[in-house]
Design a protein around this ligand. Structure first.
Ligand code: NI
Length: 169
């Protein structure tokens, strides 16, 4: 199993970097995606964006299966369709440990992307997978889910996490 990577934690400014497209799905990208999957499983997450491990390229990994055995490697994703129907659900994030709050997302999205073999794919995602993809794609745009919350809530979260970080050091 590849070793795990360090996950940037909010309010680290590097989380607001906008990722560039992956130029080629090569061994470097396959190795990185394996390390990201290992990091995500180790932290009990269901998704991780390259931004969160301080690599600013459009790559995300996801596994929303019960058995944690259906890894998805998604390179250069773009949402080509989103349902008008939206739903507010609680979200968390490995970069914002211990914080969960409601975010409104499209119930279904269709995503064009390239897989780990370099093949073009289209994914029709609903429910948790749809939410997860939208959350991870936000990371690639430098956006963390707490930015959907009110400034008051966001500042409280910032203060709490900064205090946590100081106590860990
Ligand atoms: Ni996240």
């Amino acid at each position: 199993m590849p070793s795990t990577l360090e996950i940037l934690r909010y309010p680290d400014a590097r989380l607001h970097t906008v990722a560039k497209p992956v130029a080629a799905v090569d061994q470097r990208i396959r190795d990185l995606s394996q390390a990201m999957l290992a990091t995500m499983y180790d932290a009990n997450g269901i998704g991780l964006a390259a931004t969160q491990v301080n690599v600013h390229e459009r790559l995300i990994v996801i596994d929303v299966s019960e058995e944690r055995n259906e890894p998805l490697v998604i390179v250069n994703p773009s949402i080509v369709w989103a349902s008008d129907e939206k739903h507010v659900g609680d979200e968390g994030c490995l970069s914002v440990p211990g914080i969960y709050d409601g975010v409104e997302r499209a119930v279904e999205v269709h995503v064009d992307y390239t897989d780990a073999q370099g093949q073009a794919q289209t994914l029709k995602a609903t429910d948790l997978l749809a939410v997860c993809i939208q959350h991870e794609m936000d990371h690639l745009m430098g956006k963390v889910f707490v930015e959907y919350l009110s400034p008051l809530k966001r500042n409280r979260i910032k203060t709490k996490l900064q205090k946590q970080l100081r106590e860990e050091r």
